[in-house]
Design a protein around this ligand. Structure first.
Ligand code: DI6
Ligand code: FE
Length: 410
């Protein structure tokens, strides 16, 4: 064979099994190979069908019978924040009441205070450590929300740090403006006044600096009302930003149906979502993001409506919700396990939930989330015997190699 007829690949993995992931199953190809060109998947299939290429000039990686999946995607995190809430955790376990914790300066407001006070380097380094933890477990794309600043300067500071991480870290980052996360102390008893700020100067500056890929809000009895959420969505729409929503976490306010009417990319938490809400998001093509870490950490008992989500064929994604208050967890592998043990999702649903459906929740499923020719070569090589092992076992990290756009990064 002359060199002319040979395929040009930048690198090739052989002796691997592939879980390519699709809407129905793992999409398994055993005894496979996968070839990369210009950061994209150029070929994949059974190894015996691997087309000829210049084996002397092309780096060849031995998978040793391991499995390659798409890079994992954590589609809901609050990775940038100051301080921590370990003391509050301890007080609660020693019997302190919510009021006592609040009086001692605890709760979400304490994270807002710490985030406002923190300098940029401190915030950057702590977020980078969390991002590294995710990368070590095979995560190649992460969404990061603002929402612990709650004033113009600090919301911008959080989003700028997320953008800086994107520049200097191999993991891809999508940013979300969550100004409507909680009511800052300066606006006590004036939630509408705060929403004026969010929908005015705050979002305008976020947009002017190009700092957000989407807009989110916390629609809840302890968060913002349906009417206030609608104002945030209208502001997002005015600035041509897609929306998503923390909805139906502790009660059913109808947030998901509202989000559906704005073609939201995702509704997240959704423990209290009812059939009308499920129907609404199924019609709008909105992804249901479930957050087993927050469910676990808050010792919730009401589960998201999985039977209805399956009945209406709503794509289900899983994320860490990594944050200091309700899910101080930076392990997407643990979320795979909890999605199965706590939520009774199947290991296939769990894996699709951190790949294909997480990509849909971020609107990037044309680029990542599955293994297919033309997709960005975000891959993970795992030392496992079957993809179900990724949700079955926890504590031994089977991640052997992380490949981002064709480059080995971990
Ligand atoms: N839902 C939650 O569970 C967290 N935020 C949200 O919108 C709580 C965040 C915190 O307590 O810091
Ligand atoms: Fe959250």
């Amino acid at each position: 064979m002359s060199l002319k007829n040979m395929n040009e690949f930048d690198c090739v993995w052989i002796d691997v099994n592939l879980a390519t992931i699709n809407e129905h199953d793992y999409g398994i190809i055993e005894d496979a190979a996968i070839a990369i060109k210009d950061g994209k998947i150029a070929w994949l299939g059974a190894k015996k069908d691997l087309p000829p290429f210049d084996a002397l000039a092309t780096p060849l990686y031995q998978g040793r019978g391991g499995w390659i999946t798409p890079g994992l995607i954590d589609c809901h995190t609050h990775l940038v924040y100051g301080g921590d809430r370990a003391k509050e955790f301890e007080m609660r376990l020693e019997g302190a009441t919510y009021q006592e914790i609040a009086a001692a300066g605890g709760g979400i407001v304490s994270t807002v205070k710490a985030t406002r006070l923190a300098d940029e380097e401190t915030l950057y380094v702590s977020a980078k450590n969390r991002l590294n933890a995710l990368l070590r477990e095979g995560v190649t794309t992460v969404e990061i929300k603002s929402g612990y600043g709650l004033d113009v300067a600090t919301e911008l500071k959080m989003l700028r740090i997320a953008r800086l991480l994107a520049e200097h870290h191999p993991v891809d980052i999508k940013t979300t403006f969550l100004g409507a996360h909680a009511l800052p102390p300066e606006f006590k008893d004036n939630a509408d006044g705060y929403i004026d700020l969010v929908c005015g100067e705050m979002i305008e500056q976020v947009v002017a600096e190009g700092l957000a890929d989407a807009v989110d809000a916390f629609c809840e009895s302890v968060g913002f009302s349906l009417a206030q959420t609608k104002r945030v969505f209208d502001a997002a729409k005015k600035h041509q930003l897609p929306v998503k929503l923390h909805a139906e976490q502790m009660s059913n306010l109808g947030g998901s149906a509202l989000a559906a009417s704005y073609n939201a990319m995702s509704v997240d938490h959704i423990e209290y979502l009812d059939e009308a809400g499920v129907k609404a998001i199924s019609e709008s093509g909105t992804v249901a993001v479930v957050l087993p870490g927050a469910f676990y950490f808050l010792r919730e008992t009401k589960q998201p409506p999985f039977d209805l989500l399956r009945k209406y064929k709503v794509p289900m994604a899983i994320a860490t919700d990594a944050n200091p208050g309700s899910s101080p967890i930076c392990s997407l592998q643990l979320m795979l396990n909890m999605a199965c043990t706590l939520f009774r999702m199947t290991p296939y649903e769990a894996l699709a939930g951190v790949t294909l459906n997480a990509a849909k929740a971020l609107g990037i499923d044309d680029k990542v989330g599955t293994l297919a020719i033309g997709k960005q070569a975000d891959l993970v090589l795992w030392e496992i015997n079957h993809p179900a092992q990724l949700s079955y076992q926890f504590g031994v990290n089977p991640c052997k190699q992380v490949i981002k756009a064709g480059k080995v990064v971990g």
